[in-house]
Design a protein around this ligand. Structure first.
Ligand code: BDR
Ligand code: CA
Length: 325
């Protein structure tokens, strides 16, 4: 089993990603770090405990991370995820409030990665915790087995400005520091691929038929996200970005892309934009793998089979034969 630390800001799609990761037999989630992003960090911690409780995994340590970006003012995405980060579903109201670990998320990374390990990091939120860890220990990236980041965009338009994706826009200085200094190839799961992952009302109904308990839970979680996407872009359903980062981590064949040098703009109207130097104008050494293609059907087969405790073969037949999507 591949050991992994998940850095997140739950968030509706982070919560889906956490449930998926916690239920996936291929990975061992050894810790969860929380960062401010979709919601203030304290709300994010509460939502992490809710996900852990849902999966009977309250044994996994939770580390409190940054409560604000490195330089810019903090702007949450509660318009997208609801004031509680869970689509105002109230799902976390009965959460068991356990204490977080005494160490900060940044110090946890700095110590965990003070020597070579076989531990990977999947970052589903702004990169503030990782940047702070790099400041404490510039070698953290050298000692992790893989680093997958949901963020950025190459040819796709942004989702919070014409050119910027939220995670990198929220803390552009952290994103820039991580791209410039991590020394571990950054596997960038950006909007080019995540925009294709649309969880539709049809798929939700399918989940309710196959696994009523999980299906009804998902219905409560995603309704706000459905409404947001309809109002914002007349999309029926919602784009669930973060579970793709986990799925790609487990099944790299789900996405294709290219390696290149990536930098992040920190200022002005292009704040948070990813500059993907595909044709090597800058002659800089590659620091990233930018994923641009995704096998959407295969993603949903993997994701739903884990979430719904159903054989992948059954899901595959239903989705492809009956064209549920
Ligand atoms: C990213 O921003 C957040 O709103 C989501 O959780 C995801 O990580 C998509 O831009
Ligand atoms: Ca997120």
């Amino acid at each position: 089993m591949q050991k992994v630390i998940i850095d997140c800001d739950p968030g509706i799609d982070d919560s889906l990603a956490l449930l998926y990761a916690l239920k996936s037999p291929e990975i061992d989630v050894i810790a969860i770090c929380v960062v401010c992003g979709n919601v203030p960090v304290g709300i994010g911690v509460r939502n992490v405990f809710h996900c852990l409780q849902q999966c009977n995994r309250l044994d996994i340590p939770v580390y409190l991370g940054a409560s604000q970006p490195l330089v810019v003012d903090f702007v949450s995405a509660q318009d997208t995820h609801g004031l509680d980060g869970l689509g105002e579903s109230n799902l976390a109201k009965e959460v068991i409030d356990l204490p977080v670990q005494p160490m900060s998320a940044a110090t946890f990374y700095a110590t965990t990665f003070s020597q070579p390990t076989d531990i990977a990091v999947i970052a589903l939120g702004p990169l503030t915790n990782i940047a702070l860890a790099l400041t404490e220990n510039p070698k953290v990236g050298l000692h992790m087995s893989r680093f997958v980041s949901m963020g950025g965009c190459y040819k796709s338009h942004g989702n919070c400005s014409p050119v910027a994706e939220y995670n990198y826009w929220c803390d552009p200085h952290a994103a820039r520091q991580v791209y410039q200094t991590l020394q571990c190839p950054i596997e960038m799961i950006g909007l080019d691929v995540t925009r294709k992952i649309v969880f539709t009302p049809n798929l939700l109904s399918y989940c309710q038929y196959i696994h009523p308990q999980m299906g009804n839970y998902l219905a409560k979680l995603v309704q706000f996200y459905f409404d947001f996407h309809w109002q914002q872009e007349h999309l029926l359903g919602c784009v669930i970005n973060d579970p793709l980062a986990v799925a790609y981590f487990i099944h790299p064949e789900l996405c294709e892309g290219f390696t290149t040098y990536v930098d992040v703009e920190t200022e002005s109207i292009s704040r948070g934009q990813t500059l993907v130097d595909r044709y090597h104008f800058w002659q800089k050494a590659d620091n990233a793998k930018v994923l641009t293609e995704v096998h959407t059907d295969q993603f949903f087969i993997q994701f739903l089979s884990v979430l719904l405790d159903a054989p992948a073969q059954t899901i595959a037949e239903d989705l492809t034969l009956w064209k549920i999507g």
